[in-house]
Design a protein. Structure first.
Length: 80
């Protein structure tokens, strides 16, 4: 995820569990404080919570996310 790129506000029909491999990600979840996650940090987004992630550098961010979602539902949808 190059610096300045963001995911856009979206939701998941289940949990997202993320781990930052490199760089720094700013994680915004509606109704919560913004969290800055650097390499070695993790985050959890609860089901249906509107959220956005943005790479804030230095350098390209790399992250690994696992999704635990309901079968038959899309992995993500644009946030209302």
């Amino acid at each position: 995820m190059p610096v300045g790129v963001e995911s856009g506000w979206h939701t998941h029909p289940g949990e997202e569990i993320g781990y930052i491999l490199a760089g720094t990600i700013e994680v915004e979840v509606h109704g919560r404080d913004v969290v800055i996650c650097g390499a070695g940090n993790g985050f959890v987004v609860t089901p249906a919570a509107p959220h956005n992630a943005r790479s804030v550098g230095p350098g390209t961010a790399r992250l690994l996310s696992t999704y635990i979602v309901e079968v038959g539902k899309p992995q993500s949808s644009p946030a209302p």
